[in-house]
Design a protein around this ligand. Structure first.
Ligand SMILES: Cc1cc2nc3c(=O)[nH]c(=O)nc-3n(C[C@H](O)[C@H](O)[C@H](O)COP(=O)(O)OP(=O)(O)OC[C@H]3O[C@@H](n4cnc5c(N)ncnc54)[C@H](O)[C@@H]3O)c2cc1C
Length: 259
């Protein structure tokens, strides 16, 4: 089974993140960048499938030059190779433009399965897997908490607010996963050393058969008009227990719609 895993480099959500003043895109230069956490679960799932059924695992990332740090980190977990979609004209791509470029790259790899995180921690659009399935004509099995494969049929437990749904489809398919699906492995020393030598192919717009106007800020179908910092944290509500503390606590939680 040939598997493509989508890996996005994102600013570390544990550090200060800001938007650029000129075009309100995420300031990735000043951020500490890491692999989107959910994508590590997608990598782990791909490695388990390769261990069970053989085949090849390819990491696919669209992002600027420094995304190669995350690509090498992803490769150190065990995938075979990577494709890095990189072109100055991709800067400012909206979700549609991103899916156009990623779909073009996936077509060059002819996978049986595309695995992705269910959402990125920076954009949180939760749309990329669906958009890619539509563009590629693949089945979309999204939000998986469990994935099994038998005789070319994929079965996922699709996590919902109430529980889960069982959904099946034949390959080729796009499956997006939540962090409930597995426990990602840590790269070991051998994996880190091997990752330095694994092939990383860089593809620009010309290689993907795309024109600059189809992607990037030139092709964006949405524009961010304004942005402002979130308000400073206010002091919390203090409830002093003078006999009715429990009731007051429940009233507060209910007023904030926690219960
Ligand atoms: C007007 C506008 C301008 C923008 N400009 C920029 C910009 O300059 N630079 C920028 O980085 N973003 C930019 N964005 C955001 C960008 O469009 C989104 O990050 C992108 O569409 C993916 O959405 P998401 O991160 O919410 O993905 P989700 O749908 O939440 O992610 C699901 C999964 O898709 C995969 N995935 C998503 N993106 C990638 C990727 N790039 N490579 C590999 N796998 C991926 C990952 O596996 C991820 O877990 C812009 C958005 C708008 C509206």
């Amino acid at each position: 089974m040939n598997i493509v895993v989508l890996v996005k480099q994102v600013p570390d959500s544990g550090s200060e993140r800001r938007l650029r003043d000129d075009d309100y895109t995420v300031d990735r230069e000043s951020a500490s960048n890491i692999i989107n956490e959910m994508d590590e679960y997608a990598i782990e799932e791909a490695l388990r499938l390769r261990e069970a059924y053989g085949g090849e695992v390819t990491i696919l990332t669209m992002g600027p030059a420094r995304s190669v740090e995350s690509i090498r980190k992803a490769l150190s977990m065990g995938p075979d190779k990577a494709v890095h979609v990189q072109d100055d004209a991709l800067a400012g791509s909206c979700a549609l433009g991103t899916s156009r470029a990623l779909a073009a790259a996936i077509r060059t790899l002819s996978p049986d399965l595309v695995l992705a995180g269910a959402e990125s921690t920076d954009g949180r659009v939760q749309a990329m897997p669906h958009m890619l399935a539509e563009r590629l004509g693949f089945a979309a099995l999204t939000g998986a908490r469990k994935l099994t494969v038998q005789d070319g049929t994929l079965t996922v437990e699709r996590q919902t607010e109430e529980g889960y749904e069982v959904v099946t489809a034949a390959t080729p398919a796009v499956v997006s996963v939540w962090d409930t699906i597995n426990e990602p492995r840590y790269p070991n020393f051998k994996g880190i050393m091997e990752a330095k030598k694994k092939p990383v192919t860089t593809l620009g717009l010309a290689e993907l058969g795309l024109a600059a106007g189809e992607v990037g800020s030139a092709g964006a179908t949405s524009t961010v008009l304004a942005a402002r910092n979130r308000p400073e944290r206010q002091g919390g509500t203090k409830i002093t227990d003078e006999g009715a503390g429990g009731t007051k606590l429940v009233e507060f939680l209910a007023s904030e719609k926690f219960v």
